[in-house]
Design a protein around this ligand. Structure first.
Ligand code: SF4
Length: 437
């Protein structure tokens, strides 16, 4: 029997993923478990025997988007007729538990994040066991989607920021062992990854929870030295995680992007305390200066929340002043989202929705006004650009080390092969996009 006929005979499973890169990584792991168990992986949910929707419910807007995807999947003819089964996985079952199960009768099973390794056993219950053995290898049926890949180095979070649902959804912080991370990186590099982006809710804490504690600097050093031709990039370093040891590890390895994504969330000490976070605008400015002193060419990104409960006009103005004065390259802005089950949900003085949206927009406009000249200041500089692909019109694009995937724009270039790193002179910029030859 040829491969196509074998696949026709096998029960097949399709995945739909909502949310952030961390959820994409979880889907990749579930796909590997499913392939190992002997199911075929279907690209098109309309052709599958089971459709797994990996949900996000970090904030209300994400929950609504996930619900829409679940209802779309439930409306697929073979699901609606009962010939295929719907499985809801990820953050929503973790956050809403039995309440979700009683309301979403369209679903045949629920798999919260903590049980994602059991996905094959759950599928066996709802669509039956596969008729043949699995495919060897952790991701044997998965092709790498591009030249850049995400690797999750821990899950959960212990910080309990007062606005955040993650510790309730994902549980306590747990670092993944060095050997596990290393094996995943080895596999991705062998399959063509030229950039590995290390992610977690709190990357800077990696290793602190081991019996024999380790650090993110040790992890980054180990990976960078094992794969000298691969770029490494670390996202989501909480301010406390930015140690001198980490700065040294980044500064001394050319293949580690000198890129620091540090979520400050606010600059007013009072608001930060109400968020159950530490720091102040002055401390964050000192931290930025410390990074720039050690690595002058470093790129710094942060995220900020506008309209947190109790945020006065004066505190918001202070946040605007921080944005104007802080030496940051990229700033992501979000309006505060009031989430049931969090401590901030019950705080008095919730800011009106329109006011939150206005403040967020003002902060975004201000961030653009401050950051885009910094991007334009790269004109004339020679940067390494990892060639990623072509757009529909044939235009070649890639990213420089100062551009993280999905958030910082791309660099358009004239020539190069996908997967290659080119030396490019930046000739022009448009907002956050760069162009070079
Ligand atoms: S550090 Fe991030 S994931 Fe953890 S509680 Fe705070 S906002 Fe949520």
């Amino acid at each position: 029997m040829d491969t196509a006929s074998q696949d026709l005979a096998r029960l097949s499973v399709a995945f739909i993923t909502l949310g952030c890169a961390k959820n994409e990584v979880d889907t990749t792991h579930m796909r590997a478990r499913v392939a190992e168990a002997g199911y075929a992986l279907a690209d098109d949910p309309a052709d599958a025997d089971a459709v797994v929707v990996n949900t996000c419910s970090f904030i209300q807007a994400a929950t609504e988007e996930s619900l829409e995807a679940i209802f779309d999947a439930a409306d697929l003819p073979q699901v609606a007729s009962g010939r295929a089964k719907l499985v809801v996985a990820g953050c929503m079952p973790a956050r809403y538990g039995d309440e979700l199960a009683s309301e979403l009768t369209e679903a045949g099973a629920f798999v919260p994040c903590s049980r994602e390794d059991d996905i094959a056993a759950v599928l066996a219950e709802v669509i039956g066991a596969p008729s043949q053995g699995g495919v060897a290898g952790p991701a044997a049926e998965d092709k790498l989607a591009g030249v850049s890949a995400y690797v999750k180095i821990s899950d959960g979070c212990d910080r309990f920021c007062s606005y955040c649902t993650i510790p309730y959804i994902r549980g306590r912080y747990r670092s993944f062992p060095l050997d596990e991370v290393r094996a995943e990186v080895d596999d991705l590099v062998a399959r063509g990854a030229r950039e590995v982006v290390l992610i977690a809710q709190d990357t800077g804490r990696w290793g602190a929870d081991f019996d024999d504690p380790s650090t993110l600097a040790v992890l980054v050093t180990s990976l960078a030295e094992e794969h000298a031709d691969t770029w490494f990039r670390v996202m989501y370093i909480q301010p406390e995680g930015l140690t001198d040891e980490l700065l040294d590890a980044v500064a001394t390895h050319d293949n580690v992007c000198s890129y620091f994504d540090i979520p400050f969330q606010h600059a007013d000490a009072g608001i930060l305390r109400a968020m159950n976070r530490t720091g102040s605008g002055a401390e964050f400015n000192d931290l930025i200066a410390r990074v720039r002193q050690r690595i002058p060419q470093a790129t710094l990104r942060t995220t900020l929340i506008a309209g947190f409960p109790g945020e006065t006009d004066e505190q918001f103005e202070d946040l605007c002043t921080f944005v104007e004065e802080a030496d940051l390259d990229y700033i992501g802005v979000f309006p505060y989202s009031r989430e049931e089950g969090t401590r901030a949900y019950d705080l008095a003085e919730q800011v009106d929705d329109d006011e939150k949206a206005d403040r967020a927009q003002r902060l975004r406009d201000l961030s653009d006004a401050v950051c885009t000249p910094r991007v334009a200041a790269r004109i004339g500089r020679t940067l390494d650009v990892l060639v990623e692909g072509r757009e529909e019109d044939g235009q070649l694009f890639g990213r420089a080390m100062c551009q993280a995937p999905e958030v910082d724009g791309v660099t358009y270039l004239e020539s190069g092969e996908v997967g290659e790193v080119r030396r490019v002179v930046i000739g022009d910029t448009l907002l956050y996009e760069m162009e070079g030859a």
